[in-house]
Write a protein of this length. Structure first.
Lengths: 534, 310
């Protein structure tokens, strides 16, 4: 009898406890005066030399600062370096560091920290994935391959405040690269003492506007203002919380429940509602969503078949009905947002469109010329995509358009992400979904992937003329020659219909109207240096 | 008794060996590796990384090395999360999942068993119908639906509880309820059916004939026997719930261990795949062993048989 009573009592107590907890659950409904940003998945690492992803570089962009930083139009501005000199041949850069710049622990930031960071990134033992972002530096690649020693690498601190960099080839966009996280400095003294320095908030010392105070894996990263930062006067926010979640529906629930102020991964189905509520910010994002044709696999080895398929797509309807993020119809390869040769001109506007969206008449004609009038005689084509509901919806839309407009039978197959990448890079496909995001602010980040033998040339495209143009553009810093060569290369790519571009990405951000002053880069990251919450 | 325990431990070790070996072979058989990425790495860079993680060694050597480290208790570094080890990942994630799991299991036991008893006691009357209706719903509604409904009601509509994240006690309630739904329903059904079976037996009829209060019969005479199937179910269920649920942890952004069971495979994070498989299997065989011990203690017939001997 007593046992039964105690069990009953326990149940009652537990339920009461729950009720009281529920009642005390949430406090005030207006958010705090600092920012809570849902940044995406758990960072693989916060060591800027090792990371590759967008959530990583977004957190790092608050913790570190490179020699330069990019303004809203991707123009490099002085950051750690207050000025620089470039030799007439474009090969030798001399960076002069700002006087008095400090790490968040008060140590001075020196040119030696940069030299150390770049050389360790390149060293073969270190095994950094993005080591190739430093292959522009003289002997960078040779050192990474173990063919030469560190002292042969073209980066050297001449004194505490002067960094000399020698490049392999003239690189017009090198000052944009120096704003990239792989080229950030690291605090040499700390790193040498503790190789796992970036794993712990205590030793993760940076030189950016914020410093890290807490990192709960798979949950949150907390930052506070870094008073040692050279431009600390401009930093308004006392605190910055990064929330780590890979689920878009979790993010939207937290946003609606006032647990976050801003986020990057809401599901497209929610866009129309948020847009109406004025809580959606759409900004350009340097990327192209496309379908890659394998030019070696019949019937896609026939350029007319490829052109027909690309022309028969109604891109606008996919944007309106499926992806919903106000993306721009892509009728070329390189997305807008990149400077052309003359000041204030855009590579995309200069290059223009290469064809018309949904040009079914011409598509039918081309398919007939290829020997398949109304799709007759054309064997079924397989299209592969990585398992994801949005990619699936897009693939199904294409399948229907090609069936209706051309009479072409396309079969869909989905694969798990890494299996998919493996299949695609081996060229074991006919048509594959693809998306490419630029690494730096220059058309070259899109164009050199189709060079013969490039590791990312999944289309297996081989065109000596194309290769010559890319080599020409890479050999000079003369903007006219470079841009002309790249426009010509893009025309070849489009004429040969190596790929069917669909749309140029946008970045769709959930954001409360009272969040101000943040800067969004077309490369995907956000700079919270001057952000504030009203 | 001692002999059978030693036998059990040996078979547990064998089971673990088979699990590790099969997992090792299977995970290396999936296409793609830990460093397969959208942007292909230059060959030299890939070589350096593989050398750093000893992935360029032949597989049999990797297998032997893995065992050598495992016997030292070292599960290796994560390939995905630079500078975190698998031991650290388990040490950080398991307490969170176990805390959530403990609360969810407590919910299921404290609600499921009384509900099942009520059903058995009032068989074919309205309390029974109500319990069975709820149990059927509980078993057929998947946890992610329950979670979404709970979030909608308590976080978005009533604004009483947070929609996600982990920390103070209010963060535990919704995920624990979502996680407890299925096992609660299952335990209620198990308790009800085994209770009915026990109640139909002669010794209960005798107790009734003696005029003992029905409630007392239930608590003192029937429950212990009726709980046997529930205990059997609790063993593996505790191992599963304590190691976390991928679905619940990703919906509620909980930094537990459950997420790694799925994400490590997406990431081809070989050491994490193996490490958590080892951990979960070890927990599972231990729990099953404990269940067997509990059996000996719970089943009165075993004792009575022994007593009949003299």
């Amino acid at each position: 009898m007593s046992r039964s009573r105690s069990v009953t009592a326990l149940v009652v107590i537990l339920l009461l406890l729950l009720a009281s907890l529920a009642a005390s659950g949430c406090g005030s409904k207006s958010g705090p005066k600092y920012l809570r940003f849902s940044v995406g998945a758990e960072p693989e690492t916060l060591d800027p030399r090792k990371s590759t992803g967008i959530p990583e570089s977004t957190v790092q962009a608050q913790l570190f600062e490179g020699l330069t930083t990019l303004d809203a139009t991707n123009k490099p501005l002085p950051a750690m370096a207050e000025r620089w000199e470039i030799s007439p041949d474009g090969l030798r850069y001399k960076f002069f560091l700002r006087p008095g710049v400090k790490w968040s622990n008060g140590d001075p930031v020196t040119a030696y920290d940069f030299e150390y960071a770049w050389k360790t990134t390149l060293s073969p033992e270190f095994g950094a994935k993005y080591a190739y972002q430093l292959f522009y530096v003289k002997n960078g690649e040779a050192y990474n391959k173990g063919l030469t020693t560190a002292d042969q690498v073209g980066v050297k601190a001449l004194d505490d405040r002067t960094l000399e960099v020698v490049l392999e080839k003239p690189t017009a966009y090198f000052l944009s690269l120096t704003s990239f996280h792989t080229l950030y400095p690291v605090p040499r003294r700390i790193v040498e003492a503790n190789p796992k320095w970036a794993a712990e908030p205590k030793t993760l010392i940076g030189n950016g506007p914020f410093k890290i105070t807490n990192w709960v894996h798979n949950s949150r990263i907390e930052l506070v203002k870094n008073d040692q930062y050279w431009d600390a006067a401009k930093v308004k926010m006392p605190k910055l919380d990064f929330i780590l979640t890979e689920s878009g529906s979790t993010e939207i629930a937290m946003f609606d429940n006032n647990q976050i102020d801003m986020g990057d991964n809401a599901p497209p189905a929610e866009y129309p509602r948020l847009k109406k509520e004025g809580r959606l910010q759409i900004s350009p994002y340097l990327g192209t969503y496309f379908f890659s044709f394998n030019v070696e696999k019949a019937p896609l080895d026939n350029v007319k078949v490829r052109q027909a398929l690309s022309l028969a797509i109604d891109r606008q309807s996919i944007i309106t009905n499926v992806v919903k993020g106000e993306q721009r119809v892509a009728l070329a390869w390189v997305p807008p947002g990149l400077a052309d040769a003359t000041p204030n001109s855009d590579f995309r506007s200069v290059g223009g469109d290469y064809f018309k969206d949904g040009n079914i008449e011409t598509a039918k004609k081309l398919l007939a010329e290829a020997g398949y009038p109304d799709g007759k005689g054309l064997p079924a084509i397989e299209l592969i995509y990585n398992t994801h509901d949005v990619h699936k919806a897009i693939a199904e839309a294409l399948q229907e358009m090609w069936r209706k407009n051309l009479g072409v039978d396309v079969r869909l197959a989905n694969q798990e992400w890494k299996v998919f990448i493996n299949t695609r890079s081996k060229g074991a496909y006919q048509i594959a979904r693809h998306g490419w995001i630029g690494d730096y602010a220059d058309p070259m980040t899109f164009l050199d992937m189709f060079e013969t033998g490039s590791g990312n040339n999944d289309s297996q495209y081989k065109n000596p003329r194309y290769d010559t143009l890319i080599r020409l553009a890479k050999s000079t810093v003369n903007p006219e020659i470079r841009m002309k060569a790249m426009h010509e290369a893009e025309r070849l790519l489009m004429d040969d219909a190596v790929l069917a571009p669909l749309y140029f990405y946008t970045r769709v951000t959930l954001v409360k109207p009272n969040v101000k002053g943040y800067q969004r880069s077309v490369l995907g990251h956000v700079y919270f240096k001057e952000a504030y919450v009203e | 008794m001692f002999k059978s325990i030693v036998g059990r431990i040996l078979s547990m070790v064998l089971v673990l060996w088979v699990i590790i070996t099969v997992t090792f072979v299977l995970m290396h058989a999936i296409p793609g590796g830990p460093f397969t990425a959208e942007k292909a790495l230059p060959e030299a860079v890939m070589k350096n990384i593989e050398a750093r993680y000893r992935l360029n060694d032949p597989l049999p050597k990797q297998y032997v090395d893995y065992w050598a480290n495992l016997l030292k208790g070292d599960l290796g570094p994560s390939f995905k999360y630079e500078s975190r080890t698998v031991n650290e990942i388990i040490a950080e994630g398991f307490p969170v999942s176990a805390e959530l799991g403990l609360i969810a299991v407590s919910f299921s036991v404290l609600i499921g068993i009384p509900a099942g008893m009520a059903g058995a006691l009032y068989q074919n009357r309205w309390p029974d119908h109500l319990v069975m209706l709820l149990a059927t719903v509980g078993i057929s509604v998947p946890s992610f639906i329950l979670a979404t409904v709970l979030i909608y009601i308590f976080a978005l509509w009533l604004q009483l509880l947070p929609a996600a994240m982990w920390g103070s006690p209010e963060y535990v309630i919704l995920p624990a309820l979502a996680l407890a739904g299925m096992p609660t329903a299952f335990i209620a059904r198990l308790t009800r059916s085994s209770m009915l079976e026990v109640l139909a037996q002669d010794y209960i009829r005798t107790a009734r004939a003696k005029g003992i209060a029905p409630f007392k019969i239930l608590w003192l005479h029937a429950l212990k026997n009726a709980l046997l199937p529930v205990v059997t179910y609790l063993g593996p269920m505790i191992a599963a719930i304590f190691t976390g649920s991928f679905v619940i942890e990703s919906i509620f952004a909980i930094p537990g261990l459950g997420r790694h069971f799925v994400t490590s495979i997406y990431n081809r994070d070989y050491t994490v795949i193996l490490g958590i498989t080892v951990f979960y299997s070890a927990l599972l065989v231990v729990m099953n062993f404990l269940v067997d011990l509990a059996y000996l203690w719970l089943d009165p017939r075993i004792k009575m048989d022994g007593e009949d001997q003299h």
